[in-house]
Design a protein around this ligand. Structure first.
Ligand code: ZN
Ligand code: ZN
Length: 387
């Protein structure tokens, strides 16, 4: 048999398209592999977000318990600091510049806020939120982690590793779970802390203005070590001696702003100056953040929801709306009734004694059984039915 010779043809002109199709195939394979790995018929945006946030949940679950004591120490140090600066810098200013009646009013208001802040912080941190007993009559589900019955509104806390009655959230700032027995203390702590920081900012604003803006000639560029002791501030506050004022003025006349040390400003003057500025900025920043948090919780409590229920109810609201049904929160008894229940203002308890003053009263009920509202059927203008 006569051997045939093969013919090699170089198709250089086809090379780019061959390389292109090779990489396109590889890319398609990768996309297919990726999709087949993650495809789920029930996948939604929520599932995607939950999956993406899984590392964060893992971090919180494993490290929040160590973070808690650090954050509690931080809060205690900051409160002690703010109160110390209030006593040593702001109160003397009030005493020097105000009438005795105004000073007495400040003393009463300041201490009333401080007592409430400390009381509700301690109660929120140390009082247990409440756990369901091993046997529950009207359980709605079983906790897969505790293997025990779950009453309505109870949720499992993965940080405390236990079920919490009417769980709102796990608070690292209080190093405790917020639930049935201490939710009131958590909210009142946020509320009084918010009012308290605004109050300190208000009292310290006068001094802050003088020290932060002061006389522009006296402001040095270095913020942390400025010479911003305006003459008015020093004279009106009566804290800085007249000798220092004269030295500052002489120096300004010479138009030489070289060094704070040369002016003979004492260390306590500079510390006072920095503390006044820091106190105001800290309290203002905290009051803004706490104000938002307090208003958010105010809204939830007014609607008879916990933070967890708000997520669940929103999902349910959307799901039922698609079916033409309006979702109604069964624990929403109306604004006033919700607040009375939340603050425990039942059995002739008064707002003045049990909210404005520290009170350790317990709420009505046991956190296991919850009365639910009922709604009559009717159709609204959109054709949606109330359940
Ligand atoms: Zn559990
Ligand atoms: Zn917890």
């Amino acid at each position: 048999m006569k051997p045939t010779m093969g013919r090699i043809t170089w198709k250089i002109n086809k090379l780019p398209s061959m390389v292109g199709s090779y990489f396109k195939n590889k890319k398609d394979q990768l996309v297919l592999t990726y999709r087949s790995l993650f495809y789920n018929e029930y996948t939604s945006l929520n599932t995607f977000i939950d999956t993406m946030m899984e590392p964060m949940f893992w971090f919180v679950d494993h490290f929040a318990r160590y973070l808690g004591p650090i954050m509690v120490t931080f809060v205690v140090i900051m409160i002690t600091f703010v109160v110390s600066v209030f006593y040593t810098c702001l109160l003397p200013h009030v005493v020097y510049t105000s009438h005795t009646i105004v000073t007495i009013t400040h003393l009463i208001v300041g201490h009333w806020l401080l007592i409430n802040i400390v009381f509700h912080y301690a109660m929120g941190s140390f009082k247990s939120a409440g756990h369901p007993p091993p046997l529950v009559q009207n359980s709605v589900s079983i906790c897969k982690k505790c293997i025990s019955p779950k009453p309505p509104r109870t949720h499992h806390c993965s940080i405390c590793k236990t079920c919490i009655l009417k769980m709102d959230h796990h608070c690292p700032w209080l190093n405790n779970c917020i639930g049935f027995h201490n939710h009131r203390h958590f909210f009142l702590f946020c509320f009084y802390m918010w009012i308290g920081t605004m109050y300190v900012s208000y009292v310290g604003y006068d001094l802050f203005k003088q020290h932060f803006y002061g006389n522009k000639v006296l402001i040095f560029p270095d913020f942390l070590y400025p010479l911003n002791l305006a003459r008015e501030a020093m004279v009106s506050s009566g804290i800085t001696s007249k000798v220092v004022v004269e030295k500052v003025e002489k120096k300004v006349e010479k138009n030489n702003e070289d060094d704070v040390e040369h002016l003979g400003i004492s260390y306590s003057d500079k510390t006072f100056h920095n503390l006044v500025i820091f106190e105001f900025l800290l309290c203002t920043g905290v009051s803004i953040a706490l104000g938002l948090l307090t208003m958010w919780h105010f809204r939830l409590i007014s609607r008879g929801e916990t933070s967890i229920e708000q997520h669940i109810n929103n999902k349910e609201r959307k799901r039922l709306k698609k079916r033409g049904v309006i979702f109604k929160n069964p624990y929403n008894w109306g604004f006033i009734a919700n607040w009375k229940q939340f603050l425990g203002l039942t059995k002739n308890r008064s707002f003045c004694r049990h909210v404005l003053l520290p009170s350790n009263h317990s709420l009505e009920g046991d956190g296991l059984l919850w009365k639910t509202t009922t709604y009559s059927f009717k159709t609204d203008q959109n054709g949606l039915q109330l359940l």
